[in-house]
Each structure stands twice: as C-alpha cells, then as structure tokens.
Design a binder for this molecule. Structure first.
Ligand code: ASP
Length: 182
C-alpha cells in the first residue's frame, strides 16, 4: 500500500500486459498477467503518485480470456468500492485486447458516482520503455480528480483519456494504440 496523503483509490487488478513479464528488457515474447497487485503497488510506491492505493487481485489473466467469470466479481468489487465512503476513485488494470469491451460493459452497468478508470499497457513491465508506469500514473491522476466523476467509465492509455463508450484499440504495436471514434 502506498500512503502519501488522504486520497484513497481502489486498484482492481485483472492481469494483461501491464502486469506482464518478458524475462528480458528486449524480448518480443512475454507472458501477460504475471505480476500480482501487491508487487505492482510496491513497484509504483516510489513514484510519489500522491494517493493511497489499496489493491485487490480479481484475476491475473491474458484479457483474451476475459469473460463473465471475471466480469462478475470485478463489477461486485467496483460496486463495493463505490459504497466505501473512504474510497475516492477506482482503477481497473486490464489487458488491452478486450479492454474496450470491459470498459463499455462497466459503463453500461455501473453508476457514475465516482471516477472509474480502466488502464493497461502495450509493453510488459520489464521491457525497455514500459508504458504501464506512465499509464498507471496518469490513471491515478484522473481517478483522484473529482471532475472525473459523473463522466462514465474512462480509459487512460497513451497520455489520453477516453470515454469507455468512445474508444477502440486501433493498433497492436506501439504505445498509441487506442483512439476515439471519429
Ligand atoms: N494479450 C494482452 C492482454 O490483452 C495484450 C495486452 O494487454 O496488451 O492481456
């Protein structure tokens, strides 16, 4: 747990490349969903993100395998965090292959009382130029911002913030992989 001030965010981890490991900084192949949320939060603990992060592992999978078996407990955990007065916002870490589907499902089925931010990465955590830390830091900033509430579920990728109802993955390489609809 990272504790720097009173903004408490709940981080619900489901796996994906943001929690992936290649075993080499330059390897092309890697395994998604390898790092557990406790280790991940320890890793981001030194970044000075300005929020207290409380983590929960919902799953640790490649999001190609995402489905109701994870969506149901994820939805329940978000509803629980929404009802927790001490929790300011919710971050969901997710693989990018089905990130837009999960974000849209949550957008359709959850109230918008608190910020809900879905975030992933295109490079595994031990790669040169890992984008997951930057995306995660951006997700913390967005989820901490009261102005992010009431806008539906948001997706933070590649230095941009998207509405879940208006985002799609357009590339399988590079870090600018998500775009809004024209
Ligand atoms: N196959 C990975 C996943 O969706 C890809 C990624 O996270 O970018 O879990």
């Amino acid at each position: 747990m990272t504790s720097t001030n009173s903004t408490r965010l709940t981080v619900l981890a489901t796996g994906g490349t943001i929690a992936g490991i290649a075993g080499s900084a330059i390897a092309k192949d890697y395994r998604a969903g390898e790092i557990g949320i406790d280790d991940y939060l320890e890793k981001v603990g030194g970044l000075g993100l300005g929020a207290e992060l409380s983590g929960r592992q919902i799953a640790n999978i490649d999001s190609a395998d995402m489905g109701p078996g994870v969506w149901n407990p994820l939805h329940a955990a978000i509803a629980e965090a929404m009802a927790d007065d001490g929790c300011r916002g919710i971050i969901v870490t997710h693989g990018t292959d089905t990130l837009e589907e999960t974000a849209f499902l949550l957008d359709l089925t959850l109230p918008a009382d608190k910020p809900v931010v879905v975030v992933g990465a295109m490079r595994p955590a031990d790669a040169v130029g890992y984008d997951g830390l930057r995306n995660f830091a951006n997700a913390v900033r967005v989820a901490s911002d009261p102005d992010a509430a009431g806008r539906g579920v948001l997706v933070v990728m590649g230095d941009r913030v998207f509405a879940a109802r208006d985002v799609r993955k357009v590339r399988t390489r590079g870090t600018e992989a998500f775009r809004g609809f024209p």
